[in-house]
Design a protein around this ligand. Structure first.
Ligand SMILES: Nc1ncnc2c1ncn2[C@@H]1O[C@H](COP(=O)(O)OP(=O)(O)OP(=O)(O)O)[C@@H](O)[C@H]1O
Ligand SMILES: [Mg+2]
Length: 432
């Protein structure tokens, strides 16, 4: 304030001196002109500086403007400092905003922000995929116009968001199950969190199927067994007839036993996540063990060819390998009609992988069943398989054993001609 006052006094003195000199030399008109000229100098100076400021403001580069001297220096300096700090704050806010967006985008869950009218304010790319949304196109659209499922619209209108909502058959191909819940925040706005629960749902369905299948498989022999028991108890049977019933009861009990054993084998294989042991298993020995079992099971009804085409031996768990190999051989025997032939072979292919294959001249399997054969309890022909005592767990066990040995199970089959089941082991599982 004092500086401004002294500047003003200095200017008035200067103007008076100029007016006085002009009056003395050129007369009163020049005195007035000189006085006004000196007084208007700060105005011109201000005008020039304001014009410069306008230019820098227009190009949004005030902070780069060279500072003038004098009165305007301080004003411009403060202005520049203010602009710089505001810009820095804006940059920080933008950075924070970007960090939030990146974090929300990285989330495996779908996130949709809704305003108080359920219009989409923002959504991440996962939710775009889940609901077929497009953020650029759908921003500020009401979500119930875009997700038209009745249960979702009901959930939104009921406005009680304590429980999540399960939406099934979602996604472009209808293969997704989504669990969704709205959480209120801010001023009547909502955050919609969406989780992909497809795998959980599948596991749950598999568990339910499994329990249903086991119960069903157990109920049949138990019912038959009870029927026989009641008959034996109620009727006074002759010894020969009673023996016949006992034999049939035995076979049902045997069936239950093998079911329970297979289930236990599967459970043990599943519980063990470590790779199988790497004991050296002699191919010749394995094949001759298989031959003994096969001939006993077939009782001369089939012709066999056992071939060991490579001297390479296998590195694996003997009990598991024998179980997998004999499962394939017993399937071939059980499903191939009498007089059919079965070829069992151990070899090494051009890529150095070990192959154990069983080829039969049985009925073959139609292609639509092939991908499902290794599912638990899956049987192509239930009645036929039951006749042969099958539970539908054999190939599920083979597949587990294969994966514990990093091996692949391949099935080729032509209906009416026969099938070839091959287990292909990696080079690392072979030894001289
Ligand atoms: N060599 C084969 N020829 C024709 N069909 C086969 C052959 N091997 C398996 N299948 C079919 O695949 C189904 C599944 O076989 P898998 O070995 O898993 O069960 P299973 O033989 O019925 O019972 P389990 O082996 O548990 O006693 C069988 O029910 C049968 O229909
Ligand atoms: Mg089987």
């Amino acid at each position: 304030m004092i500086a401004a006052l002294s500047r003003f006094i200095f200017l008035v003195c200067l103007a008076s001196a100029a007016a006085f000199i002009a009056l003395y030399n050129w007369g009163p008109e020049w005195a007035i002109f000189s006085g006004i000229s000196v007084l208007s100098m700060p105005l011109v100076y201000s005008y020039v500086n304001l014009a410069r400021l306008r230019r820098y403001v227009q190009s949004d580069t005030v902070e780069n403007m060279p500072l003038p001297s004098g009165f305007w220096e301080e004003v411009f300096f403060r202005l520049q400092r203010l602009v710089k700090s505001l810009k820095q704050r804006m940059r920080n806010i933008e950075q924070q905003h970007e960090n939030f967006i990146e974090a929300f985008q990285a989330s495996p869950n779908g996130i949709v922000m809704l305003d108080e009218n359920d219009q989409i304010e923002w959504c991440n790319s996962i939710s775009e995929r889940f609901f077929g949304l497009n953020y650029k196109r759908d921003v500020m659209q009401r979500i119930n116009f875009l997700i038209r499922r009745p249960e979702f619209i009901q959930y939104l209108t009921r406005r009680s968001f304590d429980e999540p909502l399960l939406l099934e058959r979602m996604g472009t191909d209808g293969s997704l199950s989504l669990m969704l819940q709205a959480f209120p925040f801010g001023n009547q706005r909502h955050l919609l969190l969406v989780q992909n629960v497809t795998d959980l749902q599948k596991a749950d369905a598999m568990r339910r199927d499994f329990v249903a299948n086991v119960s069903h498989e157990m109920r049949t022999p138990i019912t038959v067994l009870m029927g026989f028991l009641e008959t034996v108890q109620a009727l006074d049977l002759e010894k020969s007839q009673r023996d016949q019933y006992f034999e049939m009861m035995m076979s049902q009990a045997q069936r239950m036993k093998s079911l329970v054993e297979d289930l236990l084998t599967l459970a043990n294989l599943e519980a063990n996540s470590l790779p199988a042991a790497t004991n050296k298993l002699n191919a010749e020995t394995l094949i001759s063990l298989l031959r003994n079992d096969a001939e006993a099971l077939s009782q001369g009804k089939h012709s066999f060819n056992f071939e060991v085409a490579s001297s390479e031996n296998l590195l694996g768990d003997e009990r598991e390998i024998l179980s997998a190999f004999s499962n394939l051989v017993s399937n071939a025997i059980r499903y191939t009609p009498d007089a059919g032939s079965i070829h069992v072979k151990w070899s090494v292919n051009q890529d150095g992988q070990g192959e154990f294959s069983v080829t039969d001249t049985g009925p073959g399997i139609a292609s639509e069943h092939l991908s499902r054969l290794t599912e638990r309890f899956y049987r192509v022909d239930r009645s036929r398989s039951r006749d042969t005592g099958g539970t539908g767990l054999g190939l599920a066990i083979v597949k587990h054993i294969a994966s514990r040995h990093q091996a692949q199970l391949m099935i080729e089959s032509t209906p009416g001609k026969g099938s070839t089941f091959t287990l292909r082991f990696p080079k690392e599982r072979l030894t001289a």
